[in-house]
Design a protein around this ligand. Structure first.
Ligand code: DMJ
Length: 933
């Protein structure tokens, strides 16, 4: 078993040698000292510049935290566009995302230890007093157990850890008497009822006041949870037990981890994304390192580091081997099926996996960390931020970006490990992009769409808990931080827990020790503490040499094959199966392969072709399987192409004082009028049309002449409104939704359809705003009268001249003034409760018009086909990299394929079991498509 004294550091089999830091567990486990290795390569960054960047991070934090405290506190989060607090129940529901909000001043608690890291000790002291004075943990609100654990319990424990550190130093926090710890304990007890399941896996949600079982709880009926949700408790729960001596918390977290470990898929050693908390069955059998699983792996390794329990390392290493074998395709990390790990389950990656290179650094496996990080950085350079999901050929899959910190986290760890100043430059770019594109007068706003640069009225607490910590630490020297960061480990929310906990109150780990985990053999440490000979083989340019071949991986990429077919899955001597994207209906060789796979091609009267598979007609079970894979690829390809046909959202950017382009609103495009993606943007002052619905000739043409007319949705077709404002001389139009409280944060955007007739006469650009975004413009008019906007496909950089006019001292005043004005009017809005998930693609919608309007003709194909799983038409893929230009209609028929008597040549696997497996895969794929992160 591990030695006492700070967990297990580098493995005993690997000699410790300079320049590796052998602190048992710093944030990075076996880190090289940053300055001692680098001698050449990217230009080193001077201490002066690093300090300048560090100060910039401090200023940005002040802007985010200051605005939260001024305009949102005690609410859980700041809404930076409308400059007010997000209070659950007072805003339209955003679904699961809102489960982080427990009316417990989430952002303040999540920011506590950031204040200390950023040397804001005085502010920390004030913040702790506020938490103790104001925060109530007994609210009648249903919260996520996972989020409450990592953000609130973790925040309180991180705050406590640094409070006692400061107290011991003798200057600050002298009055502190473990009050944060007491709150943490109270919260810990509130979460415990969630573990009342036979499996020991916690319910995903709990009512802070009523727990799970009571009828008032409004929860406890859930059957599934995500793996990360059940497997990301051990650090906080063990710390709570060890700080307080109450062993129950660590016991519960261990039990949940034990259960997940037992349930791992035994042949692949992978875990699925969601699991039934009662039966332990995997509900979603896809497996990656991003959403739904990420921090389960992170906590296994970090639990070993913090608690020194070898069993956690053994488990982590087993999973890590499987990840590297099946999921890792450097530089990509692609989800697979746990029971068919050679097959990819997705063609896209989510942004949460950006933490993984950081974890690989902790593990000591630097090469793939450098590769994946480089790939992610190139995606960021393309879109300014990492989109919530992106395809294997690096196109945007989900366009939002809620200011996630994972990439900054990995950048920090890679810099620590390599000392390569390249990573400082990466950090600098992150800072620049945040200031350029996400900074708004009242904080930092999440990106609604990285393609347009539009914002969402949201600043998540993790932005303060994590982003500023990692960015600040990236540029800081040891002496810039008032304590030794290497004495702590970062939780998944970047809260700091002291490593000395490993030797405190160890009774639980002793109690749970079984003979299953004895002394680990050396193989467990093979990767744990690599020596510098392996990582930097006498070459200080090591990291650069790994990045070099990848430098154009994103820009030069072509659409990739949809499902990876690994070499070992091919039969020897046989050709790889035909890929859907390569298929050409006119190629006789392809037709022959189709036939072998049991796929027949039917030419439809309208010129399209339809594919139908009868597995029973395939030449062998392997061909049948190839055929099913081909059909699945075709389904996905088809939905991807259909998605590409839809118009992307547009941006309305307020460019006049005091916004200066900082506020960007997500707008829906029109299927008629000027196409903003092909033409220069339209810029102009706005004016409301009269009548406001724009359904008849305008009575105020002089007011809208040469301007962008605002028109309310309703009463007539969108095209009719466009014609009326165009006739009055408007240069563009913005239709504002008449459904009060609607917002692109909560409702899927759509494109405005024409009226079913020829709309070529409409020459001006038309955009659609939901009510909340529209009211930001209307409020601005009330306040400033002259409001100028830019209509475009992508927000433009702010006007530097306009910016320079701003006096630094008056900036806050004017910002706050505008924000307050917006606040007061926004609060009058009667909000509706919508639960639509966020979507980045657009449906098409005809104008909401009275029943006598003929809408049917204007509904476009994209509306009819908005569900990818029901899509029956495809068009060709864009770009030079593919030769597929056939229109296909796919249909998978399986009903004839379940004959249990059929046996297939060499490989005897009943076809119904193959089909059942494949159907599971397809179901899982369909579920994933519907899922939000
Ligand atoms: C944070 O709350 C945590 O890092 C969590 O593990 C997942 N990601 C969010 C931020 O993106």
């Amino acid at each position: 078993m591990s030695e006492a004294g700070g967990g297990r550091g580098c493995g005993s089999s690997v000699p410790q040698r300079a320049p590796w830091s052998l602190v048992a567990a710093t944030a990075a486990f076996c880190l090289v000292s940053a300055t001692s290795v680098w001698t050449a390569g990217a230009a080193p960054m001077s201490r002066e510049e690093r300090q300048k960047l560090g100060n910039q991070v401090l200023e940005m934090f002040d802007h985010a935290y200051g605005n939260y405290m001024e305009h949102a506190y005690p609410a859980d989060e700041l809404m930076p566009l409308t400059c007010r607090g997000r209070v659950r129940g007072q805003e339209p529901s955003r679904g699961d995302v809102d489960d982080a909000l427990g009316k417990f001043s989430l952002t303040l608690i999540d920011s506590l230890d950031t204040l200390v890291v950023l040397n804001k000790t005085k502010e920390f002291e004030d913040a702790v007093r506020k938490v103790l004075r104001d925060v109530n943990l007994d609210n009648d609100v249903v919260v996520s157990v996972f989020e409450t654990n990592i953000r609130v319990l973790g925040g309180l424990l991180g705050g406590h850890s640094l409070a006692i550190m400061l107290k011991e130093k003798g200057e600050y926090m002298q009055w502190y008497n473990d009050e944060l710890l007491q709150m943490a304990k109270q919260l810990g007890y509130k979460l415990l009822p969630a573990f009342n399941t036979t499996s020991g896996l916690p319910y995903p949600r709990i009512n802070l006041k009523f727990g799970i079982r009571k009828p008032e709880a409004r929860t406890g009926t859930e059957t599934d949870t995500c793996t990360a949700c059940a497997g990301t408790l051990i650090l906080e729960f063990a710390a709570l037990s060890r700080f307080t001596g109450a062993t129950i918390f660590e016991e519960y977290a261990r039990k949940a981890l034990d259960f997940l470990w037992e349930k791992r898929q035994r042949s692949s050693n992978l875990v699925g994304v969601t699991i039934n908390i009662h039966t332990g069955d995997w509900v979603r059998k896809d497996s990656g390192v991003g959403a739904g699983i990420d921090s389960y792996y992170e906590y296994l390794l970090k639990a070993y580091v913090l608690l020194g329990d070898d069993s956690f390392l053994e488990r982590f290493n087993t999973h890590y081997d499987a990840i590297m074998r099946y999921i890792s395709q450097p530089p990509l990390l692609l989800d697979v099926h746990i029971h068919k790990p050679m097959l990819n389950a997705r063609t896209w990656m989510d942004a949460l996996l950006a933490f993984f290179p950081g974890l690989q650094v902790l593990k000591g496996d630097i090469r793939p960390a450098i590769e994946t990080h480089e790939m992610l950085y190139q995606v960021i350079k393309k879109h300014n931020f990492l989109p919530e999901a992106f395809t294997t050929d690096f196109r945007v899959h989900w366009a939002q970006h809620p200011l996630r910190p994972e990439f900054a986290e990995s950048t920090y760890f890679l810099y620590k490990a390599t000392g390569d100043p390249y990573y400082l430059e990466v950090g600098k770019t992150l800072i620049e992009n945040l200031n350029k594109y996400a900074r708004v007068p009242c904080g930092f706003a999440a990106m609604k769409d990285v393609r347009t640069g539009s914002h969402e009225d949201r600043m998540d607490s993790f932005f303060l808990a994590e982003m500023f910590k990692y960015l600040y630490l990236l540029f800081a020297d040891k002496e810039d931080i008032i304590f030794d960061i290497e004495d702590y480990i970062f939780t998944t929310e970047a809260h700091l827990l002291p490593l000395w906990l490993s030797t405190t109150n160890q009774s639980i780990s002793k109690k749970n020790t079984t003979s299953e985990y004895t002394e680990l053999d050396d193989s467990n440490f093979d990767w744990t503490c690599p020596n510098t000979q392996i990582l930097f083989p006498n070459d200080p340019l090591y990291a650069q040499s790994i990045r070099e071949p990848l430098k154009n991986v994103v820009d030069k990429s072509c659409p990739r094959g949809i499902i990876r077919v690994r070499e070992e899955s091919f039969r020897s001597g046989a050709k790889p199966p035909l890929r859907a994207r390569d298929f050409m209906a006119t190629n006789p060789e392809h037709l022959e392969i189709l036939k072998k796979m049991g796929v027949s091609l039917i030419h439809l009267k309208d010129g399209r072709v339809q594919l139908v598979q009868h597995a029973i007609q395939a030449a062998s079970s392997i061909d049948a399987e190839d055929g099913l894979r081909f059909m699945q690829e075709m389904i996905e390809l088809s939905s991807q192409q259909q998605k590409e046909q839809q118009l992307p959202p547009r941006a309305v950017q307020i460019v006049s004082h005091p916004f200066f382009g900082r506020v960007v609103l997500t707008a829906g495009p029109a299927q008629f009028g000027l196409d903003l993606s092909k033409h220069k943007e339209t810029r102009g002052f706005v004016a409301s049309s009269k009548p406001y619905n724009g359904c008849s000739e305008l009575t105020n043409p002089e007011a809208v002449m040469g301007k962008i007319a605002l028109i309310q949705r309703g009463q007539c077709m969108f095209a009719e409104k466009a014609r009326n404002i165009q006739n009055a001389g408007a240069i563009g139009g913005i239709v504002i939704d008449d459904n009060e409280g609607s917002s692109s944060d909560t409702a899927p955007l759509f494109q405005m359809a024409g009226d079913g007739k020829d709309t070529d006469d409409i020459k001006i650009p038309m955009l659609f705003l939901f009510s909340k975004e529209g009211s930001i413009i209307l409020d601005a008019i009330r306040e400033y009268e002259e409001v100028e906007v830019l209509l475009s496909d992508k927000a433009k950089d702010r006007d530097p001249e306009m910016e320079n006019e701003e006096q630094p001292s008056s900036e806050n005043d004017s910002q706050n003034q505008s924000a307050e004005q917006i606040t007061s009017s926004s609060q009058e809005v009667d909000l509706v409760d919508q639960e639509s998930p966020e979507e980045s693609s657009l449906n098409s919608e005809p104008e909401s018009s009275p029943a006598d309007m003929d809408n049917a003709a204007s509904v476009s194909a994209s509306e009819q086909n908005s569900n990818p799983t029901e899509n029956h038409e495809t068009t060709s893929l864009d770009g030079e990299c593919t030769d597929l230009d056939n229109q296909l209609q796919e249909q998978s028929e399986t009903e004839e394929d379940s004959n249990p008597n059929v046996s297939w040549g060499k490989k005897v696997q009943p076809i119904d079991s193959i089909l059942a497996d494949w159907n599971e895969d397809i179901e899982a794929f369909e579920m994933m498509e519907k899922d939000e992160l």
